[in-house]
Design a protein around this ligand. Structure first.
Ligand code: F6R
Length: 247
């Protein structure tokens, strides 16, 4: 667990408050910060806290640039389960970020491979990502980098693991509607970010957190690669931290 700073919050609300403070500090240190952002249930409280800070006048996103981690392939941009829809609904519509500074992979691109190359180039052209916020899948995935035999180097088209399809089915009317493919930053894209904030809440995440933070580094549990990153902060609640031996 070299280099990782692990904070165990009492509950989801405290975890979300600490996560929002970490993001806000980055923006205050550098108002033109480049952020990497996830969707999912985990960061919702963080987004709510950041919106509150903005509405109270203590935080502006005017010069901030964002890159979302991933997007489903094949959902219309306006689909309620597209990650684009999620981000506008839960965050971007409520802050002063400039539309042109928002980047989300285009899951409807006619040429997804080309879209991946262009997305990676956009990140590079923006100067790289200062702070990447990550959630962790129950199976240890980060972004849609699923358990595999290798660590994907850059943004790519990825097939969702069956367990991820099942986990994400809660947002769809039926499991058959869950897209099977996504465009996701690769493990290399994530490792090139200057700082990483990993969030996980709930007992259901405890095995993946234990594997990621205390197990061997292996593409079979993609989050474990973060042990090799020089600047990772992990914010957990007590449930997610419950199987750690050293936190
Ligand atoms: C979301 C993403 C995923 C989620 C992970 C955890 O953009 O890339 O890796 O972070 O599946 O999801 P939740 O937070 O819903 O438990």
């Amino acid at each position: 667990m070299i280099n990782m700073k692990i904070i165990v919050a009492a509950d989801y609300d405290e975890m979300s408050g600490l996560a929002a403070q970490t993001v806000a500090q980055s923006i205050k240190a550098n108002p033109s910060a480049v952020l990497g952002l996830p969707t999912g249930s985990t960061p919702l409280g963080m987004y709510r806290n950041l919106i509150k800070m903005h509405k109270e006048g203590s935080l502006s996103f005017k010069n901030v640039t964002t890159f979302n981690l991933d997007e489903y392939v094949g959902l219309q941009k306006t689909h309620v389960n597209s990650f684009r829809y999620f981000m506008y609904e839960n965050f971007f519509n409520h802050i002063d970020i400039q539309e042109g500074n928002i980047n989300i992979p285009d899951g409807n691109s006619k040429d997804p491979e080309k879209e991946c190359i262009a997305y990676e180039a956009k990140i590079t052209n923006a100067g790289g990502i200062d702070l990447m916020v990550l959630g962790l899948g129950n199976n240890g995935h980060i972004g849609f980098n699923e358990p595999a035999g290798h660590f994907p180097a850059s943004t790519h088209v990825a097939e969702l693991d069956e367990s991820t399809v099942q986990a994400n089915a809660r947002f769809f009317e039926s499991i058959d509607e869950v897209p099977r493919f996504s465009i996701t930053m690769g493990i290399g894209s994530i490792m090139r970010c200057r700082r990483i904030l990993l969030l996980a809440g709930g007992q259901v995440k405890a095995p993946a957190i234990r594997g990621a933070l205390e197990g061997p580094v292996t593409p079979a549990l993609p989050g474990s690669v973060l042990q090799f990153h020089p600047n990772v902060t992990v914010v957990l609640d007590t449930g997610a931290a419950s199987l750690l031996t050293s936190a």
